[in-house]
Ligand binder design. Structure first.
Ligand SMILES: [Zn+2]
Ligand SMILES: [Zn+2]
Length: 150
């Protein structure tokens, strides 16, 4: 076995992504983070001013340090922001096994790919999607981690 293969395996085992808000009061570690999806839904637009890039992590693989201000988005979901600086980092829907992490809050997203666009039916009229990634009108039926819609 050559050294390059060994290095790649070591990186897979680590697979821990760290992130934090703008001011640093909230930080987190996410193990086995999924790849990134762009979400163009109206909710994401209202929350951030644009579409979002987010990855998913199962709840047991997410460790959060600091004081997160969880705000209700609907009766099903909530958004998590730093109480000090307001950075939007987490989207959590109780019915789902995973929490979404806004990609921009990751300190280093190396190794994550962007898989596609979701909720393009709700996208803003002021921009076009110009890449060749797959596009879905809503949430992909196979899920964003291959988990399907429950
Ligand atoms: Zn902060
Ligand atoms: Zn969205």
């Amino acid at each position: 076995m050559d050294a390059v293969v060994v290095e790649a395996e070591a990186a897979d085992v680590a697979n821990t992504y760290k992130g934090q808000c703008l001011c640093g009061a909230v930080s987190f570690e996410a193990i086995d983070l999924s790849d990134i999806w762009y979400c163009h839904c109206k909710q994401c637009q209202k929350l951030t001013g644009h579409y979002i890039a987010a990855a998913g992590v199962t709840r047991e693989n997410l460790t959060i340090h600091g004081d997160v201000n969880w705000l209700p988005i609907s009766d099903r979901s909530k958004s998590g922001h730093c109480r000090a600086c307001g950075s939007y980092m987490f989207w959590d829907e109780a019915a789902r096994d995973t929490v979404s992490i806004l990609a921009g809050s990751l300190n280093d997203a190396a190794g994550l790919e962007v898989k596609g666009h979701i909720f393009i039916e709700e996208k803003g009229s002021y921009y076009e999607i110009t890449d060749d990634l797959p596009q879905y009108k809503g949430f992909p039926s196979q899920g964003t981690r291959g988990e399907g819609i429950q």
